[in-house]
Design a protein. Structure first.
Length: 143
């Protein structure tokens, strides 16, 4: 994975921390992989001796404690390739993201707490000029 892997649960990440967060991809994937025709958020495929690549601008991951937005600009993406020709990030897949983490108000909350909890929050994971964003489906211990 390139970085030591000791992921946080989403709710346990401190604002401004840098590290691994893992969760399942959620949402409606807008892309279609060229070989398998599976809907996805990112693909790399070897088609006619060329590499075809596409990715969304942002991913949303969730775990049992919350949700996080992964801003994909400049991301290094590590994929497993199916039959050596195509790799995708698909819905429901367990992934890990390494980057700088900040809390922000969630514009589309899926969970609501008590009124005294304040507005719903989501974690935003990005790369910066000092920290490269990594996204990987090579998650130790995944099911």
């Amino acid at each position: 994975m390139g970085k030591s892997f000791n992921p946080w649960r989403i709710r346990d990440v401190g604002d401004g921390n840098t590290g691994w967060v893992q969760g399942r991809l959620v949402g409606d994937p807008p892309l279609v992989a060229p070989i398998s025709k599976r809907r996805c958020f990112h693909y790399n495929a070897f088609v006619a001796d060329k590499v075809a690549t596409a990715t969304v601008d942002e991913l949303t991951i969730e775990d049992e404690t919350g949700r996080a937005l992964v801003v994909m600009a400049g991301a290094v993406i590590q994929l497993d390739f199916d039959h050596g020709r195509e790799g995708i990030l698909g819905p429901g897949e367990l992934i890990a993201a390494y980057g700088t983490c900040r809390w922000e108000r969630d514009p589309a909350p899926t969970r609501h707490g008590l009124y005294r909890d304040g507005p719903p929050q989501r974690l935003r994971i990005t790369g910066t000029s000092r920290v490269r964003l990594w996204v990987s489906e090579d998650v130790p211990g995944r099911i």
